[in-house]
Write a protein that binds this ligand. Structure first.
Ligand code: ARG
Length: 457
C-alpha cells in the first residue's frame, strides 16, 4: 500500500519499523472523531473556495459512508497506513479519487490528532461527569434512607466520635462534587479548536478557523499554532482529575472492604458483587471493592506516564506524543467502569445498624462531649480535656463505661459535673448536639441533604 507521504522516499519502510511506529491498533478508537473533524474541515475548505464545492460534497458523502462501514465492522484497518488519520484518508481517496486527495489541504496530522483527542476527551469528560452525578444521587438516596443510623466516626482507624451514617455518606458526595467541578473546569481547556495550526506554523491558505470551531461546537480557538500542535496539558489535566477521583473511590472501596470483615461486621456486601474462593468454601470476598482500590494504581500510573512523556519535549510536535493515547484510553475506561459498578453495588449493601450503633456507644467515643460540657461551665478547655482524660483512665482501670459511672464518681473528678451529664454521653445525644455548621446533628445533616440535592442536579 502506498503511503501518503511516500513521495520523498526511495526505499521502503521496514516491517519492523512499521509495526513499531503504528498506532492504528489503539487509535482506531478515535475514528468517529477523526471523521467528524474531517467533515467540518471539508465544509470549511469548500465554503472558503479552497477546494471546489462539489469536491467538498463528495468528501463529506465519502466520509459518511466510511463511518457506516466502520460502524458495521466492515472497515479493514491497516498497519501499513500507520494511524487512524491515514487509514481513513486512504479509504476516502479510494472511494472518491481526486476529491478525496484534497481533504488534507491546510491540515496536518499534527493538528488533526490534537483535534481528535480533544473531541474524544470532551465526550468522555461529559460522560464521566454524568456518571459521577449518578453515583452522587445513589449515595444521596442511601443517606436519606439510613438517616437514623448511628456509627462511630474514626481517626487513626480508632473509634473517635459518634456520627450519623448519612453524615459519613454525604462526605463522599462532597468529594465527588469537587471531582465533578474539576472535570467541568478541565472541559474549558479541552474544548478549544487546534485545527488550522497545520504542521506547526499555520498555513498560507485562507482558512476560516472560527467557522470550523462553530461546526464542531468548540468554545474557543487556539491562539498559537506551535502551542496547539504540541500541547497535551489538557489531557494531563484530565488524567490528574481522574487520579483524584479514583483516589476518592479507593477510600470508599477500602471502607467497604474493612466494614464487611467479620471484625467490623458493619455491612454485608451483596452476593451479586462479591466472589467466592476456589478452595475455601466459606468465603465471600469483596473483590469488586478491592479492584476499585487496585485500579487506582494504573490511573495514577497513566498520569505519571503522560507527564513523563511530555517532560522536556522540544517544540513542537514529536512522535513521542503518540504515546499519549493508551494512558488516556485506559483511564477513561477504568474510571467509567469503577463509577458504574459502584453505583450498582452501593444500594445493595445491607447495613448492620445494631452493630454500628453498638460500636459508637463504646470506646469512650463521647469523651469530647464531656470535655465540651465542662468548657460550657467555663472550665478552660485544656483543663476540661485533662479532667475527662482522667475519667476515661478511671473507666479503663475499673472496666466501666462512661454512662456506667455514678454521679459521685463523676464528681470526684470535677465538682462542675451535674446529673445532666447523663444526657450528654450517649452516642445519640452527642450527635444531636453537634449542630455547628457542617456537623453531624440530624438537623444539620438534613440541611446538607437538601442543599446537595440542589447542587447535584
Ligand atoms: N499517530 C500520530 C500520533 O498519534 C499522528 C500524528 C503524526 N504526525 C507526524 N508528524 N508523524 O501522534
Amino acid at each position: 500500500m502506498k503511503k501518503p507521504w511516500a513521495g520523498r522516499f526511495a526505499g521502503k519502510t521496514s516491517k519492523i519499523a512499521e509495526a513499531f511506529t503504528e498506532s492504528i491498533s489503539f487509535d482506531k478508537r478515535l475514528w468517529r472523531y477523526d471523521i467528524e473533524g474531517s467533515i467540518a474541515h471539508a465544509m470549511m475548505l469548500g465554503r472558503q473556495g479552497i477546494i471546489p464545492h462539489k469536491d467538498s460534497a463528495k468528501i463529506i458523502t465519502g466520509l459518511k459512508s466510511i463511518a457506516k462501514g466502520i460502524e458495521a465492522g466492515k472497515f479493514k484497518f491497516s498497519e501499513e497506513l500507520e494511524d487512524i488519520h491515514m487509514n481513513i484518508e486512504a479509504a476516502l481517496v479510494k472511494k472518491t479519487g481526486a476529491a478525496g486527495k484534497k481533504l488534507h489541504t491546510a491540515r496536518s496530522r499534527n493538528d488533526q490528532v490534537a483535534l481528535d483527542l480533544r473531541l474524544y476527551l470532551r465526550d468522555e469528560t461529559k460522560g464521566i461527569i454524568s456518571l459521577i452525578k449518578n453515583l452522587q444521587k445513589t449515595i444521596l438516596s442511601m443517606a436519606e434512607k439510613h438517616s437514623s443510623v448511628i456509627m462511630p466516626g474514626y481517626t487513626h482507624l480508632q473509634r473517635a466520635q459518634p456520627v450519623l451514617l448519612s453524615h459519613y455518606l454525604l462526605a463522599y458526595i462532597e468529594m465527588l462534587q469537587r471531582d465533578r467541578n474539576r472535570f467541568e473546569d478541565a472541559l474549558k481547556r479541552i474544548n478549544i479548536l487546534p485545527l488550522g495550526s497545520c504542521a506547526l506554523s499555520g498555513t498560507t491558505l485562507p482558512i476560516d478557523r472560527a467557522y470550523t470551531a462553530k461546526l464542531l461546537g468548540f468554545e474557543g480557538i487556539s491562539e498559537n499554532s506551535m502551542d496547539a500542535v504540541s500541547d497535551r496539558d489538557f489531557a494531563i489535566e484530565f488524567l490528574a482529575d481522574a487520579a483524584i477521583l479514583i483516589m476518592h473511590l479507593s477510600r470508599l472501596a477500602e471502607e467497604l472492604i474493612l466494614w464487611s470483615t467479620e471484625e467490623f461486621s458493619f455491612i454485608e456486601l451483596p452476593d451479586a458483587f462479591t466472589t467466592g474462593s476456589s478452595i475455601m468454601p466459606q468465603k465471600k470476598n469483596p473483590d469488586v471493592a478491592e479492584l476499585i482500590r487496585g485500579k487506582t494504581g494504573r490511573v495514577y500510573g497513566n498520569l505519571l506516564s503522560l507527564l513523563t512523556i511530555m517532560k522536556g519535549l522540544p517544540l513542537s510536535y514529536n512522535r513521542d506524543m503518540q504515546e499519549d493515547k493508551v494512558p488516556v484510553f485506559d483511564t477513561t475506561d477504568t474510571v467509567k467502569a469503577c463509577l458504574t459498578v459502584l453505583a450498582q453495588m452501593l444500594p445493595e449493601i445491607k447495613f448492620n445498624k445494631e452493630k454500628m450503633h453498638g460500636a459508637a456507644e463504646k470506646a469512650y467515643s463521647t469523651a469530647t462531649d464531656i470535655a465540651e460540657y465542662l468548657a460550657k461551665k467555663r472550665i478552660p478547655f485544656r483543663e476540661a480535656h485533662e479532667v475527662t482524660g482522667k475519667i476515661v483512665l478511671y473507666c479503663i482501670k475499673n472496666k466501666k463505661e462512661l454512662k456506667g459511672l455514678s454521679i459521685d464518681e463523676f464528681k470526684k473528678f470535677s465538682s462542675a459535673i451535674d446529673k445532666d451529664i447523663y444526657s450528654r454521653i450517649r452516642a445519640g445525644d452527642s450527635i444531636k448536639a453537634k449542630t455547628s455548621r457542617g456537623g453531624t446533628a440530624p438537623s444539620e445533616v438534613k440541611k446538607q441533604i437538601k442543599r446537595l440535592k440542589q447542587v447535584i442536579k
